[in-house]
Write a protein that binds this ligand. Sequence first.
Ligand SMILES: Nc1ccn([C@@H]2O[C@H](COP(=O)(O)OP(=O)(O)OP(=O)(O)O)[C@@H](O)[C@H]2O)c(=O)n1
Ligand SMILES: [Ca+2]
Length: 492
Amino acid sequence: MKEKNPWHTPVTIIITVIGVIAIVALVTVAVLQNRPLLQKYKYGIVLDAGSSHTALYIYEWPAEKDNNTGRVEQTHSCKVKGPGISSYAAAPWKAGESLRDCMREAKLQVPKKRHHETPLYLGATAGMRLLNKEDSSASDLVFKAVEETLQKSPFSFQGARILSGQEEGAFGWVTVNYLDDRLKQGLETTGALDLGGASTQISFVSDNYDGSESPSNAVTFRLYGNDYNLYTHSFLCYGKDQALRMTLAQQTQGSSSEISDPCFHPGYTDTRNYSVLYDSPCVSSRKPQGAPATFIHRGIGNFQQCQAFVKSVFNFTHCKYSRCSFNGVFQPLLQGPFGAFSAYYFVMNFLNLTDTSIHSLETVKEKLTSYCATPWDQLRQRYPDVKIKYLAEYCFSGTYILTLLTEGYNFTSENYSNIKFIKKIKGSDAGWTLGYMLNLTNMIPAEAPDTPILPHASYVSIVSIMAIVIFFLFILSLRPLWPRCSKQPQIV
Ligand SMILES: Nc1ccn([C@@H]2O[C@H](COP(=O)(O)OP(=O)(O)OP(=O)(O)O)[C@@H](O)[C@H]2O)c(=O)n1
Ligand SMILES: [Ca+2]
């Protein structure tokens, strides 16, 4: 008699086929339904109109995330040729013109079909703050010129304006902590130190500061369900270019036709114009009477003497609060790690001093002592590709940074290593622009968003495994229906 394979009964074959189809269907639906959709991006553009130059930043984030909560990253940056827009006060149309090349680049970088929905912002900082103070109609004309250019772009232009010092400091802090993923996770935050050409900002969270002492330094945020009381202050005129003017003003009070400057290298000489030097609200009131048209600016390269001049631009005589940084400005006790960017980074990177875990405050002083004393022609030979203006100023700038951090903000040998000199965090530049855009586009929710318990891959794996297990349990549960054991021949 022919032995029949017990699995070949119609019932088991049907159950198996249905089971396999069910598993394939279940897993396919689970994978397809939850598959990350093909990545589409949205874009935002911010122009940082700084005192020394303008830069354009393009940010992108996944389009499919609800309320734009996906991660925002910088995809492109463009440095505008020429000086900052405040330098075009005498020919405002040139300020608008200067932005054209970078706007052209932006058009190529952002996919065409996204152009009209891409917000475009221009924020101006200390250079325009100073121009506005000095000559508000000139500053209005500069804004008119840049607005005309930006309105002509295919992007959704949202306006050009001067940021307050508070905003500049607070948005720099938001950028650093957003990029470090500290806000979403509610981790201890990083303070932000920004050194520009015309102003400098310090922003940090301190347990001793709830905003009641000196409320003008307080910015409160509720981000991802956490409250932050941020201390922030912007010192107008304490960016490195204006600080250099103040230091030179200190040395030229005698109207002399020649000064020997310890902040410049031995052998360095240049002819400077008194009226150009004093043409800034940071020093204009101190222009000496009867000064000649020009003076010879000679370097003598002496760090200690340089630091003495630099110190003289800080005022430590009065403080009506429990503690101050300088110029009578309140500052709570320093707390936590700090990220120092923009000119802090350019200068410390040039001097090879960015790694504060190796280079202590003492080493920084030693390095500056020998660097400032290096003859100018030797430096020119060693760094033929570095812009002369930058190269000439690194001794002053390094000395200024050291003095600002220690004498100004009260960093000590103990907490100096809490500072990290940084340019970028995960590919995006540290600076106020990203924080500014995140704020204006409401991309940081006040409350923590609900997130799925499991990541996508774990979800799919668990669904697949469970489907297979259920299928086998089902087969087992049908055991009573299974044909009798195969060894015994069956009588058909
Ligand atoms: N490789 C570089 C680039 C810039 N700088 C200096 O860094 C300062 C400008 O820093 P930045 O952060 O770009 O200032 P701005 O944003 O233009 O100025 P502000 O924020 O004050 O408006 C200028 O003194 C410039 O000479 C430098 O020393 N080395
Ligand atoms: Ca700046």
